[in-house]
Design a protein around this ligand. Structure first.
Ligand code: HEM
Ligand code: HEM
Length: 225
């Protein structure tokens, strides 16, 4: 099958529709904001506040002022602060889970032209029809597969996160808590790697042949075929 750029008139004759549905765009930006929030909670807990590094300094400062506080007492107070941030992590985590459900419904409810499977199929066709054409990230099958990989990582993050939420209350979940935490932790680095590559790719595409792809993700863009 010929690609639209190979037969411009046929493509131009087809009726235009939004490339990305409203539901997908809301998901995309909502998901990006919530993930940024989740990563910020970890940044605060593990780096900016870093209770383990902070408590000896607090103890030293109190000592200078004539107040003696044991490590246990300080850990208790530090725990209050950490708890607040973990609460936010969980609120954002549950929001991420809801958004993942939203993404699934958006996919199932979308007309064929707006489905991910359609975009993947068109990329494959493009690669077959115009292999000699210079590389464009927008048409890259590899990029589409990276999205599939991301959806898998997102699912793992949500499932492991929800297990951690209920690990204290459900005996069976408590038993696997340690392993689940490890998976949750390692998966975070994979998600960060995706985000770095994705943002790098978007900037590269904008600077080269695919100007306006970001605005397409805002207003929906246009697709004819
Ligand atoms: C946490 C941050 C982000 C995540 C996890 C993320 C994830 C994704 C995913 C999964 C897709 C594929 C959607 C689909 O077709 O099903 C996508 C597409 C896209 N994203 Fe992001 N995104 C993030 C941030 C951003 C930002 C900040 C920008 C713009 C500056 C951006 C621009 C785009 C664009 C232009 C596309 C469409 C690219 C294409 O047609 O292949 N994303 N993003
Ligand atoms: C991009 C998304 C996410 C990132 C980057 C992330 C990151 C992390 C990290 C690094 C930890 C610390 C694990 C450890 O202590 O070894 C953690 C713990 C946790 N996460 Fe997530 N997480 C995400 C999504 C979620 C989701 C969707 C949920 C569930 C709704 C969730 C719930 C939890 C819970 C309950 C804990 C354990 C908190 C505790 O030890 O008290 N997370 N997360």
């Amino acid at each position: 099958m010929a690609h639209p750029e190979a037969t411009p008139t046929a493509a131009a004759d087809a009726p235009a529709t939004k490339k990305y549905s409203g539901a997908l765009r809301i998901w995309h930006w909502g998901n990006a904001a919530v993930i940024a929030g989740l990563l910020s909670t970890i940044l605060f807990l593990k780096v900016i506040i870093n209770m383990r590094g902070l408590l000896p300094k607090v103890q030293e400062r109190l000592h200078e002022q004539g107040v003696e506080a044991s490590k246990e007492q300080l850990r208790g107070i530090g725990g209050l602060v950490s708890h607040r941030i973990w609460d936010w992590h969980i609120y954002l985590g549950v929001t991420l889970a809801v958004l993942l459900g939203w993404r699934l419904v958006a996919e199932l409810a979308a007309p064929t032209l707006q489905r991910f499977a359609h975009r993947l199929r068109r990329s494959k066709e493009h690669q077959q029809d115009a292999p000699a054409e210079s590389f464009r990230l927008r048409h890259s099958v590899l990029v589409k597969y990276s999205y599939l990989l991301f959806y898998l990582m997102l699912t793992v993050m949500v499932v492991t996160g929800l297990i951690l939420v209920y690990a204290d209350d459900v005996e069976a979940l408590h038993k696997i808590e340690h392993t689940v935490k490890e998976i949750h932790n390692v998966n975070m680095y994979l998600i960060i790697a995706f985000i770095v590559a994705h943002l790098g790719g978007v900037v590269w595409a904008e600077l080269n042949k695919d100007k306006n792809i970001t605005s397409d993700m805002i207003h929906g863009g246009e697709i004819r075929k």
